[in-house]
Design a protein around this ligand. Structure first.
Ligand code: PGA
Length: 253
């Protein structure tokens, strides 16, 4: 059975003060999860500040992207090796905001996932269609193309990571995919992984897009939804704790 994961993506939000208050609130409300792994992707500059308090709670840390190269003349970029050296264990790759704003292609995302593994980081590969694709009936084709680029490059090495299905029209919009719509795409993703290799059936597939305490349990009740990648709600410790509790209480056994 795939590992259950609840992950928080802070995007370009937060400060040292907010982080300190956040960990205090997390420590107060924390009940060690039995069934899921909790990940946090703060801005890279807050990573080292997070290490000790995250470790005390068993929360694993990650960065929000890495560059394909290990070093070089890439001003402003972050190598996977540097993230690992700073204490990251995971990295997001191919988040839709980076695909859209930074022009990350399917091949570029695959190269970042390979870089993550090279440095010993687990990649959480984000896939998902925009609204126009869904309206045109192309949602599955788009997700398949995104996945196949990563599978062609990584093959079974993807067993070390996870997939996040994030329909772009549901990110930061308050519009969640219904559990049925999300489950349907998760099942497609599971089939694509399983067709590539039976071992890949164990790769966790988490859902992202306006996950909140009040919709998390219904999403987690679906067969192929192994957790969540939470954006906005992960900045609020109480909301993030409630989503972790929803996984603990209502996830599949
Ligand atoms: P959201 O973001 O929960 O704010 O919609 C999810 C994400 O982009 O990872």
């Amino acid at each position: 059975m795939p590992q259950r994961i609840v992950a928080g993506n802070w995007k370009m939000n937060g400060s040292r003060a907010l982080l300190a208050a956040y960990f205090t609130a997390m420590e107060q409300g924390w009940a060690a999860p039995r069934r899921c792994e909790v990940l946090l992707f703060p801005p890279a500059l807050l990573l080292s500040e997070s290490i000790e308090r995250a470790a005390a709670l068993g929360i694993r840390l990650g960065v929000q992207t890495v560059h394909p190269e290990a070093s070089g003349a890439y001003t402003g970029e972050l190598a996977a090796e540097m993230a690992a050296d700073a204490g990251a264990q995971w990295t997001l790759v191919g988040h839709s905001e980076r695909r859209a704003a930074c022009g990350e292609s399917n091949d570029g995302v695959a190269a970042r996932a390979v870089a993550a593994l090279r440095a010993g980081l687990k990649p959480m590969v984000c896939v998902g269609e925009v609204l126009a694709d869904r309206r045109a009936g192309r949602a599955e084709d788009v997700v398949r193309e995104q996945l196949e680029a990563v599978l062609t490059t990584m093959g079974e090495d993807l067993c070390a990571g996870a997939i996040a299905y994030e329909p772009v029209w549901a990110i930061g919009t308050g519009e969640t995919a219904s559990p049925e719509v999300a489950q349907a795409m998760h099942a497609v993703i599971r089939d694509i992984l399983g067709a590539a290799s039976k071992r890949l059936l164990e790769v966790p597939i988490v859902y992202g897009g306006s996950v909140k305490p009040d919709n998390a349990a219904a999403l987690f009740a679906e067969t192929d939804i192994d957790g969540a990648l939470v954006g906005g709600a992960s900045l609020d410790a109480a909301a993030f704790l409630a989503i972790i509790a929803a996984m603990e209480n209502h996830g599949n056994p």
